[in-house]
Design a protein around this ligand. Structure first.
Ligand code: SF4
Length: 260
């Protein structure tokens, strides 16, 4: 097992993989079903069965598929925080797909009761950050980490700052800014302007999942191997979409539309 590429062997279904329920590949062994659902009619416009346990690298793929299927130039997509990935968000923006999703709460400082990065305000005109004490954190240098160019900012005022205990355990508080951070800031602005978007996401994407799971019952996919599971899922999606269109249009209108 340890010699295999992803250190996993599934004897029941060689393609199934441990799904990341807690980020440690300790979840159920199975598949990750991706769906993109339109907000108006709740039709599944794109779907895919993957063996990757997390959703972090699916945003550009699924939104791209949704846009192609809907034959639209631009698309507003809403996703949950499991899809948050800087490069994926940037790829969407560059492709003309506007995404809205919350950032995962991974700040160690915030968890420890200190100021998080969100407490520092970026002033684009001056390329500085303003800290909770009103000090200016200026740009110092750029480092490359995991292929990303990261800019570092800090101030020399920390040593004498009355808020230092709430801010950092080091000599000074440093703030890191990705060279394309503006793209992520736009995502956050969109979320701040319309927090109901996340309710819309739940109402939209969970509706078909809930319906299909209710049909299937508390059970597993019937097939084994990825291509067969993908076919099984495709049949479920086809049935769901057909029933949905029938409910929206009625049988006569649907038949007429299919004949034209
Ligand atoms: S410790 Fe430094 S960065 Fe933090 S609030 Fe004080 S001056 Fe600002």
């Amino acid at each position: 097992m340890m010699k295999s590429k992803d250190k996993q062997i599934s004897l029941s279904d060689p393609d199934a993989r441990s799904m990341a329920t807690s980020g440690k590949d300790t979840g159920i062994v199975g598949y990750n079903v991706q769906i993109a659902v339109d907000t108006q009619h709740h039709l599944i416009v794109a779907h895919e069965v993957t063996t990757v346990g997390s959703d972090r690298h699916q945003l550009a793929n699924m939104t791209g598929q949704a846009r192609a299927e809907m034959a639209v130039e631009t698309l507003n997509a809403v996703a949950d925080r499991g899809y948050y990935n800087s490069e994926e968000i940037r790829a969407c923006e560059e492709a003309g797909i506007t995404v809205t999703l919350p950032k995962p709460l991974t700040s160690g400082a915030k968890a420890a009761g200190r100021f998080g990065k969100q407490d520092f305000i970026y002033v684009a005109a001056e390329d500085i950050y303003c800290c909770p004490a009103g000090k200016r954190l200026t740009y110092r240098f750029t480092v490359e980490e995991d292929g990303k160019m990261l800019r570092r900012y800090w101030t020399t005022a920390c040593q004498t700052c009355a808020l230092k205990a709430q801010c950092t355990t080091g000599p000074e508080r440093r703030i890191t800014r990705w060279e394309h951070e503006a793209v992520l800031e736009k995502v956050q602005q969109r979320l701040d302007q319309d927090p109901n978007k996340m309710t819309l996401r739940r109402q939209t994407a969970e509706h078909p999942f809930g319906t299909i799971k209710a049909w299937m019952g508390a059970t597993h996919f019937l097939m084994r191997r990825q291509h067969k599971v993908a076919t099984e899922m495709a049949l479920n999606v086809l049935a769901y979409n057909l029933k949905r269109v029938l409910a929206i249009l009625g049988c006569r209108t649907l038949l007429e539309a299919m004949q034209t």
